[in-house]
Design a protein around this ligand. Sequence first.
Ligand code: AMP
Length: 550
Amino acid sequence: MLGQMQPQALLISSLITHAERHHASSEIVSRRVEGDIHRSSWAQISRRSRQVANAIDRLGLSRGERLATLAWNGYRHLELYFGVSGSGRVLHTLNPRLHPEQLAWIINHAQDQALCFDLTFLPLVQAVAAKCPTVRHWIALCDAERLPADSGIAALQSYEAWIGAHASDYHWPDLDENAAAGMCYTSGTTGNPKAALYSHRSTLLHAYAAALPDSLNLSARDSVLPVVPMFHVNAWGIPYSAAAVGCKLVFPGPALDGKSIYELLQSEQVSMAAGVPTVWQMLLNHMQAGGLKFSSLKRTVIGGSACPPAMIEAFSQRYGVAVLHAWGMTEMSPLGTVCALKNAQLALPPEQQSQVLLKQGRAVFGVDMKIVDPDGRDLPWDGQSCGDLLVRGPWVIASYFKDEGGDPLRRDADGRGWFATGDVATIDAEGYMQITDRSKDVIKSGGEWISSIDVENIAMAHPAVALAACIGIKHPKWDERPIIVVVKKPGAELGRDELLAFYQGKIAKWQIPDDALFVDAIPIGATGKMQKMKLRQQLQDYRLPQWVGQ
Ligand code: AMP
């Protein structure tokens, strides 16, 4: 017998419709690329997202076709979130920190049909435009007066003129809730970047879960500042949860330095902010230097990389701000765990509480997780046993876009598919997960991935290099930085500076290794693969040049 409830599809358009009807005047505040502060509301975002939908209809994009963005956090980007997905197209958020070659590769792989970009990124667009034949429409996120006259981009139009030509009444289509709504590429895997393809359903379920009290605890009374970019897994899903609860949103635009973030937190009376540890470090440095205090901030969500103990302590003890340490992945929309205390932990002495708060936290309802040994056998939740972390749930990928990389799931004895995160973790008896290592080779620097393969391939292209291994080294500001470890060809001459200079122009500047080490041999395993865990152990006393003695 079936239940007799209304079979209403879970659609992204319902979020913006709800926000407009119930939270029309709730503010959306953005620091713009133009430098000023712009004030909007859920009512205006909703109206303009319907204009976006009409404008895309006029462009002739079919259902499921991709519209890409290269944009900071701001109101126009938010309008595209709802206008693109709500009208049945797929919003593809591009990461502007990538090298133009990587970006062009991703745009071509996704077959993006249109691209909307902030003017900051015009040079990047000019570098890739000729290499992206699928993109038929280029739209600059500005008004007509600011549109550059001689951009060299064919038929470039301004966003304001583009949507301004269209009506704001629009009937959101009744879509299949499993239809694709958004797409985000990750370089956190082996080989080429791969895309997670989110559905309306996965996005809505994630929006509910992220808003829960032991998740981000969002309500209509909050003023929320996502420093985490809207091109990083949809700013951790905050725009969708914010529409569901009707909170105020505050967007920092391109100004991510400590001073600018502090000013916004204060002037907009922000109660909750979210970002990676590197950004919070800049904020804390700024506050300490100026002897500043927060007047409204109650909690910060910190994730993307492990949150250092000193940061949790500074926020909570010096400033009275609760830190919610969270873990997730692009492949998980991204929320997996959040570290909120239960009554049992609240009763612990402060030092023991701090130990718990360092962990990545408990699974959010909807996410199932386990740790397994190398043979796939379940490991106990004893806080000691360390194993590969596997996850499943309705907002976890089943496969990558175009099935790149084959089936990413591991089947258990019951035939259920689990996504292998590439993280190694413990889980304690209370369900608190702690990341202890990473089995994937990629390196995460300041919250952004660096492909060790790309770094190695460039070194291998140098005529003096016989073998090269790229590994991550702990760094106090960026969490990890890459170094390249090289075996030279017999008799070949090559120095550190020459090898590092060889990287110029081949990858993004921040992806260039911080150091090059020359060794006689790199450990190789039985299958002929480089054993990077062993190499990392061999180099455990190594310090990056600028941190020697610190
Ligand atoms: P991304 O797909 O770029 O969001 O990266 C996901 C990966 O970042 C995870 O698989 C982890 O390796 C790492 N990560 C995310 N959050 C944390 C955290 N709180 N602590 C440690 N590593 C994290």
